[in-house]
Design a protein around this ligand. Structure first.
Ligand SMILES: Cc1cc2nc3c(=O)[nH]c(=O)nc-3n(C[C@H](O)[C@H](O)[C@H](O)COP(=O)(O)OP(=O)(O)OC[C@H]3O[C@@H](n4cnc5c(N)ncnc54)[C@H](O)[C@@H]3O)c2cc1C
Length: 463
C-alpha cells in the first residue's frame, strides 16, 4: 500500500480547544503545522457547555467568547447541603461557554493561519530515533467507503493534545514517566442542554429550592465525596442545562447515570438538544510535560483543574505558553525551548493545580454526607468556594478565613481533618515555584521528590 509522506515543523494531535488553539498559535508564529483529528473536524473536542473563568482567556491571549459562544455570564448559584433549601448563595466567577462554538472558532482561525488539517485520521504508530519522536504513521478514513489513506508525518515537534486518550503519550511511555490516571484520578462527567417539557414543572422545581430562572442549583456529595449535580433553568423557561460529575471509583459511567436518574424523577426535563459525556483527568499535571521533540498539553497533560475537572481554560493557557516558548527557536522541538513551556506552566498554574489536588484527594475519601455538612456549616465558606471556581489560590485574609473558622466550630472533627491538609495545600504551591528552569533529569527527579513530599502525592519521575 502506498504511504504518503509529508514534513511539517509541528504536528498537533487532537483538534479540541487545546489542540486547535496550539495549532493556530504556532502557525501564526510562522511554523508549518499539521493538525490531526480522529473525528471530523467540526465534531472535534467538547460538544457541550463548559464553565470557564474569563481571566483564563486573557491569560491565553484568546479573545473572550461573545455571541452564541457565550451562554451565560457570572450567574448566581445556590449550593445545597444536606437539606432541601439553599445553604450558600454566590455569584459564579465563570462564564458558560458553548465549546462547540469556541472549538469551531479556534479551528477556523487555525485553518486561516495556514494549518493543514487531517480529519478522520488516527495515529497508528510512532517512530522514535535516539530518544526523539521523529514521525507518526496515520490512517485517514475517507468518505464513501473508499480505501483509507496511509500517511507518515515527519516533524521537529509533536504535540499530544488528544485529551484523556493520550494518543501519543501512551505510545511513548518509554520516553517519559506518565502513569495512567487511577480511578480516583478520573471523573466521569455528563452535560446536557435539554428542552423544558413542562414550564409548570420547571417552576415547581425552582420553587422547591427557592431560586429564580437563570440561577444554578448545585448539590455536591451525592454518590461520592467528589461529586456534583447542577441544574440551570434558562431565563424564559425554554431550556435547562444539566451537569453531573463524579469520581470514576464510583463507576466509569456514573456521571451519565446521575443525569439519567435526575431525568427520571424530574419529568419536566425534556429531550436533549445537545451535550455529551466523557472522562476528565483530575490529578495534578504530569511532573514531566516535555521530552525532545514532544510536548503534552491540555487533558493529555492532566492540566484540568483537580477540584472540579475544568480543563478548557488551562488548556488554552498551556497552548499559549508552549507557542511562546518555541516559535522563535530554530528547532521548535529543542528540549531547551520546550522546557521553557514546562517550567512556566508548572510555576504559574501547576502549583495551584497541585494544591487543589490535595483537596481532591481529601474529598474523594470523605463520606457524601460529610461533604454536604461542610457546605451546610460554612467550612467550605463562600470565599473559599469562589477561589476554587475561579481556579485561583484562596487569599489568606481574614475575610476568607473567619467564615470558615466559624463553620469549623460547628463541625470540629471534619474541620480538623480539612485543616490538617492546609499546610500541604500551601506547601504544594510553594514547591512548584521551584520547578527546574532548565532541562536536567537529575534536577527533575529531585524536584519531583521534593514536590511529592510537600504535597503528599507520589512522584511520577524517579531518579
Ligand atoms: C461532561 C463534561 C463537562 C465538563 N465541564 C467542564 C467545565 O465546565 N469547564 C471546563 O473548563 N472543563 C469542563 N470539562 C472538561 C473539558 O471538556 C476538557 O478539559 C477539555 O475539553 C479538554 O480539551 P482538550 O482539547 O485538551 O481535549 P479534548 O477536548 O478531549 O480534545 C481531544 C481531541 O483529540 C481527539 N483524539 C483523541 N484521540 C485521538 C487520536 N488517536 N488521533 C487523533 N485525534 C484524537 C479527540 O477526538 C478530540 O477531538 C468537562 C468535561 C466533560 C466530559
Amino acid at each position: 500500500m502506498t504511504v504518503h509522506s509529508q514534513r511539517f515543523d509541528a504536528v498537533v494531535v487532537g483538534a479540541g480547544t487545546t489542540g486547535a488553539a496550539a495549532a493556530g498559535m504556532l502557525a501564526r508564529g510562522g511554523l508549518d503545522v499539521a493538525l490531526v483529528e480522529r473525528r471530523r473536524l467540526e465534531h472535534a473536542g467538547a460538544r457541550w457547555v463548559n464553565d470557564v473563568p474569563p481571566w483564563l482567556f486573557d491569560s491565553a491571549r484568546v479573545a473572550r467568547p461573545s455571541g452564541a459562544e457565550k451562554q451565560c455570564d457570572r450567574e448566581p448559584i445556590a449550593l445545597l447541603g444536606n437539606g432541601a433549601r439553599t445553604s450558600v448563595r454566590l455569584t459564579r466567577p465563570m462564564w458558560g461557554v458553548d465549546c462547540r462554538a469556541l472549538g469551531d472558532r479556534l479551528r477556523r482561525e487555525a485553518l486561516a493561519a495556514g494549518v493543514t488539517a487531517f480529519e478522520r485520521a488516527e495515529v497508528e504508530a510512532c517512530e522514535v530515533t535516539a530518544g526523539r519522536l521523529v514521525a507518526v504513521a496515520l490512517t485517514e478514513r475517507t468518505e464513501h467507503g473508499l480505501l483509507p489513506r496511509q500517511l507518515r508525518l515527519e516533524a521537529r515537534l509533536f504535540i499530544d493534545a488528544s485529551g484523556v486518550a493520550g494518543a501519543l503519550r501512551r505510545r511513548l511511555a518509554a520516553l517519559g514517566s506518565w502513569p495512567e490516571p487511577t480511578q480516583d484520578e478520573l471523573a466521569s462527567a455528563a452535560q446536557q442542554v435539554c428542552a423544558v417539557a413542562s414550564a409548570p414543572g420547571a417552576r415547581a422545581f425552582l420553587g422547591r429550592y427557592g431560586v429564580r430562572p437563570g440561577e444554578v442549583v448545585s448539590r455536591t456529595g451525592l454518590d461520592s465525596g467528589y461529586s456534583t449535580l447542577a441544574v440551570r433553568v434558562e431565563p424564559g423557561l425554554g431550556r435547562v442545562e444539566l451537569l453531573s460529575g463524579i469520581v470514576c471509583s464510583a463507576g466509569r459511567t456514573a456521571g451519565p447515570e446521575m443525569l439519567r436518574r435526575l431525568k427520571a424523577i424530574e419529568p419536566w426535563i425534556g429531550a436533549m438538544e445537545y451535550g455529551g459525556a466523557g472522562l476528565i483527568p483530575i490529578r495534578r499535571p504530569y511532573d514531566r510535560l516535555v521530552t525532545p521533540g514532544f510536548a503534552l498539553v491540555g487533558d493529555a497533560a492532566c492540566q484540568a483543574f483537580p477540584a472540579h475537572g475544568s480543563g478548557v481554560g488551562a488548556g488554552l493557557v498551556a497552548a499559549r505558553m508552549l507557542a511562546d516558548a518555541v516559535v522563535h527557536s530554530p528547532d521548535p522541538g529543542r528540549l531547551e525551548a520546550l522546557w521553557r513551556y514546562a517550567s512556566r506552566f508548572q510555576r504559574e498554574l501547576g502549583g495551584v493545580h497541585a494544591s487543589y489536588d490535595v483537596l481532591r484527594r481529601f474529598t474523594v475519601g470523605l463520606a457524601p454526607e460529610d461533604v454536604r455538612a461542610l457546605v451546610d456549616d460554612g467550612v467550605l465558606s463562600p470565599p473559599l468556594v469562589l477561589s476554587g471556581m475561579d481556579q485561583r489560590m484562596p487569599a489568606l485574609d481574614l475575610g476568607e478565613l473567619v467564615p470558615a473558622l466559624r463553620g469549623a466550630l460547628r463541625r470540629p472533627r471534619l474541620a480538623a481533618a480539612l485543616f490538617a491538609h492546609a499546610p500541604r495545600i500551601f506547601a504544594a504551591r510553594a514547591a512548584y515555584l521551584a520547578y527546574p528552569a532548565t532541562p536536567g533529569e537529575g534536577a527533575l527527579a529531585a524536584w519531583a521528590r521534593f514536590a511529592a513530599g510537600a504535597a503528599g502525592h507520589t512522584a511520577d519521575v524517579r531518579a
